[in-house]
Design a protein. Structure first.
Length: 69
C-alpha cells in the first residue's frame, strides 16, 4: 500500500466510526465532523514526522544520488 491508499483507508474508517457514533446517538453531526477532521490532521502530522526522520531523509538522498549516476 502506498501513502495515498493508507490515508484513504484511515479517513474512511474514521468516517465509518463517526457515522456509527451518530447512529447510536453518542455524537451529533457537527461533533463527528470535527472529530474526523482532527483525526485526519493528527494522522497527517504523524506521517509528516515519520517521513522526515533522519533515516528517511538519508534513504531519499541515496535514491537521488543513485539516479544521478
Amino acid at each position: 500500500m502506498n501513502v495515498e491508499q493508507v490515508g484513504t483507508l484511515v479517513r474512511t474508517v474514521a468516517q465509518m466510526g463517526a457515522a456509527y457514533a451518530i447512529g447510536r446517538g453518542w455524537l451529533d453531526q457537527t461533533a463527528a465532523g470535527d472529530l474526523v477532521a482532527g483525526a485526519v490532521a493528527l494522522g497527517t502530522l504523524a506521517y509528516g514526522i515519520y517521513a522526515r526522520r533522519n533515516a528517511a531523509l538519508l534513504a531519499s538522498a541515496d535514491k537521488v544520488a543513485a539516479k544521478a549516476g
